[in-house]
Design a protein. Structure first.
Length: 578
């Protein structure tokens, strides 16, 4: 319910227990796998309700027992169910100017601020117990069951409302409870900084999951009867066919408010228990990153700056889907975007609009592929071209030709590391001498989650931890290299290094992580590297030469960021594991 230190302060101040006895209780609770509150009640030190009352007094806020309090339906629906569940709070009463909420954490100021802006009312906070919150949450289901009665999925019809009833589907999508649910899902996703919303049908429920910092989290479970209405609502927003249930559909819509400006990409695909919906959220208000803020090490940053200032050649960014390649390309384009140059792109899809850049969206259905788009762009008198991805031999050949004839070309590839990009181009039929003469720079990257700054704590590795890590990483070799390169000032035992992790708190959804940062490999085409490419395009030889030039591998860059406290070793190993 409350953190241990807070409970200790309250109980010691009120004289119910000594500091030493409380510390013994914490050890006993952990050894017996019991909740501290349950142990306090069991030993008759303080009952849960009395502890909540004492805590309310400590914070100088009212105490409320929701089991004895009538909850206003109008007040309840002012707070979306996902927020109530995630933040352990219930809105139980309201007036014209105020909304009264019962909470377990009276210091969750970020959520209170969100509710004040959302409702336009001042928030009055009262403290309650976990049991009261559970009782309050049950009322959401009761309200929904009352409101959706007539719109539940027809019994025996596995596909819900079929193609023969499009008018009924459209009516369903405009019903107030469905509109409210979809709006709440979108608003809460933006509040949580989610990149994707997954609406997944199962046999008896609909599961809602959000992807936050690259990881999917279960957020809530909805009644199966809501599925047809939610899917229909998303289809109407995306201008898709409401009565098409057998084929995949893709669409998009935008959300504009005073606070948010978000572009939503929608993908709907038939699954066994209904249609699965994935909504990708792209914040159009997000400020373009600077090269300095991407997380590049000083030497790598200098190499990138030097190569993007060249008038022609190829800059390639490589990594798996979701590794931040597009963000890196957009950042470089933002740096290069001046009135003196003509920049054109062909993308799939256009994720962010960049002022004064001519951006084109591919459309394979009508033959507008990356290859066709790139051919057309070359007739548009461009200085700088960005191609979303080099996927095939033809696109690769045109890209190399463009780089060779006086254009600066930016693109992405899917390879595991930076040097493997060079053999991949060779496999696509590009002669080695052209690869050597047109490639300026290759950046490989991954995204690692950052340690939450609100619950960050230092720790040191045990011998057992080190043994586990050494099974996957050459720690001693890496430390020797990094010490020699002066990337970290350390020589000696790994046990002496301090690393950091998040304990888990409300602000990071108890994950210990908040936000992401890139880890990079940067390879520059030097004369020595070019000679190797022409004579032998062997990955091992190329990697040795890249490291000789000072390249940090993805793991080494991640290790430096772990030592500096930006992330931790577990996260680096998770994303760099091949």
């Amino acid at each position: 319910m409350f953190n241990e230190q807070l409970i200790k302060n309250i109980l010691v101040e009120t004289g119910l227990i000594s500091s030493e006895d409380f510390d013994k209780l914490i050890i006993e609770a952990k050894e017996n796998d019991k909740k501290l509150g349950d142990l306090l009640a069991e030993k008759k030190i303080i009952a849960p309700d009395d502890l909540a009352r004492a805590t309310a007094k400590y914070f100088k806020v009212p105490f409320v027992n929701l089991r004895e309090q009538a909850i206003s339906k109008e007040a309840l629906l002012n707070v979306p169910e996902p927020i109530a569940v995630a933040h352990d709070l219930i809105a139980f009463d309201l007036t014209e100017k105020t909304l009264k909420i019962a909470v377990l954490d009276p210091e969750d100021l970020e959520t209170f601020d969100f509710l004040r802006k959302k409702t336009g009312r001042e928030i009055e906070v009262s403290l309650t117990t976990p049991e009261s919150i559970k009782e309050g949450l049950k009322q959401y289901r009761e309200v929904l069951n009352t409101e959706i009665g007539s719109i539940s999925e027809p019994k025996g019809d596995r596909d819900g409302i079929g193609a023969e009833q499009p008018e009924q589907l459209e009516k369903l999508a405009k019903d107030l409870p469905i509109v409210r649910i979809v709006n709440d899902l979108l608003e809460f996703a933006m509040f949580k900084d989610a990149s994707d919303i997954h609406i997944e049908p199962e046999e008896k429920d609909v599961i809602i999951r959000y992807r936050v910092d690259g990881i999917l989290y279960n957020m809530m479970t909805l009644d199966k009867g809501l599925q047809p209405g939610i899917v229909a609502r998303v289809k109407i927003l995306s201008n898709l066919k409401v009565d098409e249930h057998r084929l995949p559909q893709d669409g998009r819509f935008k959300i504009y408010t005073d606070k948010y400006r978000v572009s939503c990409r929608v993908s709907i695909i038939p699954a066994f228990d209904g249609e699965k919906v994935v909504i990708r959220l792209l914040d159009e208000k997000a400020q373009a990153l600077s090269l300095e803020n991407l997380g590049l090490q000083p030497q790598a940053l200098a190499i990138v700056k030097r190569n993007i200032s060249k008038p022609h050649g190829m800059i390639l960014v490589t990594g798996p889907t979701g590794s931040g390649k597009t963000t890196t390309l957009y950042t470089i384009l933002s740096v290069l975007n001046t009135p003196k140059v003509n920049i054109a792109t062909v993308e799939d899809p256009i994720e962010y609009r960049i002022p004064h850049v001519n951006q084109s969206q591919t459309n394979p259905k009508i033959g507008f592929t990356f290859e066709a788009g790139l051919r057309s762009l070359l007739r548009q008198d461009p200085n700088i071209i960005m191609v979303g991805e080099i996927r095939d031999e033809e696109t690769a050949k045109i890209a190399v030709h463009a780089a060779m004839t006086g254009h600066l070309l930016l693109s992405t590839l899917h390879t595991n590391d930076a040097v493997t990009t060079l053999p991949r181009l060779s496999q696509m039929g590009i002669p080695s001498f052209l690869i050597a003469s047109t490639t300026n720079l290759i950046i490989a990257q991954r995204l690692v989650r950052k340690v939450c700054p609100y619950c960050k704590e230092g720790y040191r590795l045990t011998k057992k931890n080190i043994e586990e890590i050494e099974k996957q990483l050459d720690i001693s070799g890496m430390l020797a290299k990094l010490s020699k390169e002066k990337n970290i000032s350390f020589q000696g035992d790994l046990e002496l290094l301090t690393f950091y992790r998040g304990k888990g708190c409300k602000k990071c959804n108890n994950s210990g992580y908040k936000g992401r940062i890139g880890v990079y490999e940067v390879v520059e085409m030097t004369p020595e590297m070019a000679e190797l490419v022409i004579n032998t395009i062997d990955s091992g030889s190329l990697k040795k030469q890249a490291e000789k030039q000072g390249m940090l591998t993805l793991v080494e860059d991640g290790f430096i960021k772990a030592v500096s406290g930006a992330t931790n070793l577990e996260e680096v190993m998770r994303v760099t594991r091949e």
